[in-house]
Design a protein around this ligand. Structure first.
Ligand SMILES: *Cc1c(COP(=O)(O)O)cnc(C)c1O
Length: 351
């Protein structure tokens, strides 16, 4: 059990240097971090310490075998200075689902939840209040234990860092439907937030950027006939009035934004279908005008509208609608997150 978390405060706060009106995404880091070590077969009590570099042995297994997982979540502060998290237990559970797949020892719930709350209390002044801004929270676990033997490490670190952040993307995305590369495969680690999944996306994404797109739409590894995710976001497609997203699987990450959007859309009376989406039906719908919207969904950007896509050397533009599901749903979810509206689903957690 966890009683008091040891806190060591920084002697040189950087808070006064932060320009809260011009925040980028995840590029300035709060004064403190939570640090927790796994050694001698167990997780030891977490501590809050000043944000600082970590020293690792060159043979630490993270460098060689990529044994690492992470999470992404946000804290919001309302006009009364109250602080809220959004479905934090879901992030905790998913971190352990990812860890299990990477043979990393699972973290006790109170180490994560109490550790996070203590960290946020210490760095409460770093939580932005500007519209669209929030404190981005990055929990991660990696193999700090040594050795060139290709086997799980005997020591790990669990760290939570935070970064006051503005909006993730600006503007609408132009995306390329991928026909060659894959993000994930059956039996693989696509459902886990494993660091290596993202390293593997960078090269194909760069090729798409070189062709004038900003993101890749991942398709299934086997046939490339099904639309699966948008970069590191889940994807939604609106055909006529129906909102469609693919079912989660080994390959598609179980996003918290995704499942919240499904619930909100249903509550708002929007017809929702969770089923496989073929590239063909999206292209056909784009040609006939039935394709009204596409957007990515994830914690960082919340909802990223897609302006158009490329497929087999052809570009397709989406219509510019006045009232979109994307903007309705984004407003609804962010109002719940930031305590501007009621919370019928009980998702908000007050610090
Ligand atoms: C993190 C992530 C998402 C979005 O998950 P959220 O819980 O909504 O932030 C979707 N797809 C991939 C591949 C991801 O890594």
């Amino acid at each position: 059990m966890l009683n008091n978390i040891e806190i060591t405060k920084t002697k040189a706060s950087k808070l006064k240097d932060v320009d809260f009106d011009n925040l980028k995404f995840g590029s300035v880091f709060s004064d403190h971090m939570l640090e927790c070590d796994f050694k001698d077969g167990k997780w030891h009590a977490p501590k809050v310490v000043p944000y600082q570099p970590i020293t690792l042995d060159p043979s630490a297994k993270i460098f060689h075998y990529g044994q690492s997982v992470f999470e992404g979540m946000k804290a919001y502060k309302d006009s009364k200075d109250d602080v809220f998290l959004f479905r934090p237990l879901e992030n905790f559970k998913r971190l352990n689902i990812s860890s299990k797949r990477l043979a990393i020892p699972e973290i006790p719930e109170d180490y994560f939840m109490e550790g996070l709350k203590t960290l946020l209390e210490v760095d409460k002044g770093w939580i932005p209040t500007n519209e669209g801004s929030s404190l981005y929270i990055r929990p991660f676990v990696f193999a700090s234990g040594n050795g060139f033997h290709a086997s799980p490490a005997d020591a790990y670190k669990f760290i939570i860092c935070t970064a006051p952040s503005g909006a993730y993307f600006s503007g609408k995305l132009k995306v390329l439907i991928e026909e060659t590369y894959s993000r994930s495969a059956n039996g693989g680690v696509g459902f886990a937030k494993a660091g290596g999944n993202y390293a593997g996306q960078f090269y194909p994404t760069q090729l798409a950027i070189d062709k004038g797109y900003q993101q890749v739409i991942w398709t299934d590894d086997n046939t490339h006939e099904y639309i699966e995710e948008a970069g590191a976001m889940n994807i939604f497609v609106r055909i006529n009035d129906t909102l469609i997203t693919g079912p989660t699987s080994d390959r598609i990450l179980d996003g918290i934004t995704r499942k919240s959007i499904i619930d909100i859309a249903k509550q708002q009376g929007i017809p929702v279908e969770v089923r496989k989406i073929t590239v063909k039906e999206v292209v056909d719908a784009a040609k006939s005008g039935a394709l009204k919207e596409m957007f990515g969904a994830g914690t960082a950007a919340v909802i990223s509208p897609i302006a158009g896509f490329g497929y087999k050397n052809e570009d397709y533009d989406l219509p510019e609608l006045k009232d979109t599901y994307a903007s309705t749903l984004k407003t609804r979810i962010t109002d719940i997150q930031t305590n501007k509206s009621d919370d019928p689903f009980g998702w908000r957690v007050k610090l």
